[in-house]
Design a protein around this ligand. Structure first.
Ligand code: A3P
Length: 299
């Protein structure tokens, strides 16, 4: 059940199936929808919480009563993965203090699909698209830990970083090559008023400023007071301890191996990459990124 091939990509068949991806072609998204796209481990959940807070007018108390899994849906999650949905409902009953029916100003969902597989209504600009990217060295380290703990990816928990590194460079893994994923979206978002490209490192440096530009992008301005509250609510320490801001911690992940909210820093790659790996990656990075106009911060 772990891997299925479709459109030259490998999919975690337990949760993402080609039939579901194909069925998204009929999905009608509109001006009140915002889709967050990313290569996994780039800060999707963080951006989701920020946007969800904006969409709920900065009402962080309400956010803390409704699970993230219900506020920000995973677009390509297989409908047949009924066990996950059942589990969400059950867990919500236990953890939620009477979930409210508050309607957000924007509907938010997220996807890891490569650009070419997005539903046409997104590509045609019928809704807003936010792409979140992270420097690929930190992303690779986070993805390595994620592969060990995400049950649906089927990698052995004892797989080492040295075994994972060449896999990441080859792009022969879930979501394919980081370079292709990011660069396709980078091109798409340029001079496109319906799309925006943001970086994890920018959110890390100044979340308040990123929030302001996100508010403008989706057309839901907050007051300074609301903004201050949301920035606090979306700090790493606060999200780490907030069950409602975390993705599912039991069914999909084995958090005894590694936490979903693991470290949340820039520069952790230095604790993993050897000098030789760093140099080899830098060479690959130069080859793929030169002339694209896209730059990342690595520390
Ligand atoms: P690390 O594994 O480096 O800690 P995604 O949501 O795309 O799967 O990304 C997960 C990564 O974002 C993890 O990185 C996680 O810790 C980090 N993250 C999540 N919330 C964060 C926050 N509020 N501040 C900083 N990093 C955060």
């Amino acid at each position: 059940p772990y891997s299925k091939e479709f459109a030259d990509y490998i999919w975690p068949g337990m949760v993402v199936n080609p039939e579901k991806i194909l069925s998204l072609n009929d999905m009608q998204l509109g001006p009140d929808d915002v889709v967050i796209a990313s290569y996994p481990k780039s800060g999707t959940t963080w951006a989701s919480e920020v946007l969800s807070a904006i969409a709920h007018d900065g009402d962080t108390e309400m956010l803390s009563r409704i699970r993230m899994d219900e506020r920000v849906l995973w677009l390509e999650l297989d409908d047949k993965a009924w066990w996950i949905k059942f589990f969400y409902i059950w867990k919500n009953k236990i953890f939620s203090n009477s979930a409210t029916n508050a309607v957000p100003k924007k509907r938010i969902c997220f996807t890891h699909l490569p650009l070419e597989l997005l539903p046409p209504s997104i590509l045609e600009g019928k809704c807003k698209l936010l792409y979140v990217a992270r420097n690929p060295k930190d992303q690779a380290v986070s993805f390595f830990h994620f592969h060990r703990m995400a049950r649906f990816l089927g990698m052995q928990t004892h797989t080492s970083w040295n075994e994972f590194f060449p896999l990441f460079c080859s792009g022969f893994l879930y979501c394919g090559s980081w370079f292709e994923h990011v660069l396709a979206y980078w091109k798409f978002t340029q001079n496109n008023p319906q799309a925006k490209f943001i970086c994890y490192e920018d959110m890390k440096r100044d979340l308040m400023a990123e929030m302001e530009s996100l508010e403008q992008f989706v057309g839901v301005p907050l007051s300074m007071e609301q903004r201050v509250k949301v920035v606090k609510h979306c700090s790493f320490d606060s999200m780490k301890d907030n069950k409602m801001a975390n993705r599912d911690g039991v069914m999909l992940f084995n958090e005894k191996i590694s936490k979903f909210m693991r470290k949340g820093i820039v520069g952790d790659w230095k604790n993993y990459f050897t000098v030789a790996q760093s140099e080899a990656f830098d060479e690959l990075y130069q080859e793929k990124m030169t002339g694209t106009g896209l730059h990342f911060e690595f520390e």
